[in-house]
Design a protein around this ligand. Sequence first.
Ligand code: CAA
Length: 259
Amino acid sequence: NKNYQSLVVHQAERGVQLVQLNRPEALNALTTGLLEELSDVMDVAEASDDIRVLVLTGGSKAFAAGADINEMAERDLVGMLNDPRQQYWQRITRFSKPVIAAINGYCLGGGCELAMHADILIAGRDAQFGQPEINLGIMPGAGGTQRLLRAVGKSLTMQMVLTGQPINAQQAKDAGLISEITQPELTVTRALALAKVIASKGSLAVRLAKESILKGMDTDLATGLRFERHAFTVLAGTEDRKEGILAFKEKRQPNFSGR
Ligand code: CAA
């Protein structure tokens, strides 16, 4: 693995890479350098057959407390227009393999926006989710108004974005922002267990299923259903489909090849 400054990356389970945000001195505030490193991790993971699923985590006190405010303070309007961070956010958005966020502690601002780029979000009981940008005289700028809206609906999004006040893990679960709550010390373990299950499936089916679900988040039902049907049809040509059906008939576990 490469040496990163703001991340710790290692192969955790077969097919699963654990990526830990590692700027504890700043509660994992997202510098441009950190986002660049995360983009690089995704470039490598995208091209590697050995990496099927990413688990993204932070520390026990914070998943990430937002964009790095010190760095942001130095950017004026032209600086914002030329902001290289945009390309890194796009890279993260485009990543085709599943990402599971394992969240503990503060998950705020850009940190919450990063978490919402993940496909599955699970969190420790002590997690706090918020978009506090309004307290700085600004607003969310990396999808906070859009992804939160799609995840939890209008009223709670308005409440969080306009007051800047965070919600706890239970509220996040009730609202559908996260899918499970764990004991804080077991969040990563649980995420790795889910990742291991996903990594054992046919990778083409996983990729197309992810794409189909994401498509459904920003299109009308008829278009989404058509996309789903095409993806489903394409999978009829894979080795993995033959293997999956054969294994079922032979009453054994399938051994998927990703072909
Ligand atoms: N950027 C830079 N540094 C940060 C940071 C951030 N977002 N959040 C925390 N830190 C730093 C603190 O400055 C502090 O550093 P020093 O020890 O050098 O002073 C260190 O991390 C520890 O933080 P605190 O001492 O503040 O810890 P706390 O437990 O007292 O408070 C907190 C925790 C409530 C999360 C508080 O740190 C906080 O409010 N952080 C800012 C949260 C925020 O506003 N995030 C939104 C950023 S804007 C954004 O994200 C824009 C976007 O959408 C793209």
